[in-house]
Write a new protein. Structure first.
Length: 264
């Protein structure tokens, strides 16, 4: 049997099957006695067909073939995986958003896309906790073109593509801090707000722990501040309450003045 290398990053882009789906796939393969479609590989690394490969490892009698594709970089492999998975009809909204975000991220950073600009070169040398600083870099024309292509291909807006990249980064950070959270979020088992994932993607490393805590424990979130026409009404209400408390205190402890004291 051919021993293929499993790349964790490649595999993590592929939405896992449910137990019932995996069992059904296994039954179909055993019935056929072989893999009908070849496994896609890059060199000796498996690109597509992880579930089928897992099954044939458990059943060495099952024959299979491989089809190598001439990718030039890891970014090309990741972009291909995302596009291939986005063709599936049974994706959850979270899985679709994550894959669009990942595809956009790798395509505008890969060589030949937008990967050779000075900002991307700097980002590659930067620690992961500092990548949030690059969110404010204006897009180049090549990056805008890639964003437009991805949006049209998936029938979404360009702003959705940009938001999806932030969502994807937030999910990945969440998974780094709590292993297993990516699968729970993308399967819909654990619901998160897009705003929280965007905030996590932008946050500096020291602030991420607090944001994750607030995501896991919404009851500990600070109360939102109301602003109308630029006025912070939450702060204003707090000041009024303090003044009222001071007035109540004075009315309670100051000596009472007779009602006719001011009558002349």
């Amino acid at each position: 049997m051919i021993n293929l290398k499993i790349d964790p990053e490649f595999q993590s882009q592929i939405p896992p099957l449910t137990d019932d789906e995996f069992k059904q796939l296994e039954e179909n393969i055993l019935k056929e006695g072989k893999l009908i479609s070849p496994l896609i590989v890059w060199g000796n690394t498996l690109v597509d067909g992880h579930n089928r490969y897992e099954i044939v490892q458990e059943h060495p009698e099952i024959s299979f073939s491989t089809m190598p594709l001439p990718f030039e970089s890891r970014e090309e492999v990741l972009a291909w995986i995302c596009k291939n998975q986005l063709g599936r009809r049974n994706l959850t909204p979270e899985q679709k958003k994550f894959l669009i975000g990942k595809q956009y991220s790798v395509e505008h950073r890969k060589p030949g896309g937008n990967g050779n600009n000075q900002h991307t070169a700097a980002a590659k040398k930067t620690a992961p906790e500092e990548l949030c600083q690059f969110d404010t870099i204006p897009p180049t024309s090549a990056e805008a073109s890639i964003r437009k292509q991805i949006a049209e291909r998936n029938n979404v807006s360009e702003s959705y593509v940009v938001r999806s990249e932030k969502f994807m980064r937030g999910v990945q950070i969440m998974d780094q801090m709590i292993p297993g959270m990516q699968e729970k979020i993308l399967s819909g088992q654990f619901k998160v707000r897009d705003a929280d994932m965007h905030r996590l993607a932008r946050a500096n490393f020291p602030n991420r722990k607090q944001i994750v805590h607030e995501i896991l424990h919404p009851e500990d979130r600070p109360a939102p501040q109301k602003r109308i026409y630029g006025i912070n009404y939450s702060a204003l209400e707090a000041v009024v309450r303090r003044i009222q408390q001071d007035v109540d205190f004075l009315m309670k402890y100051l000596p009472k003045v007779p009602d006719d004291a001011y009558v002349k």
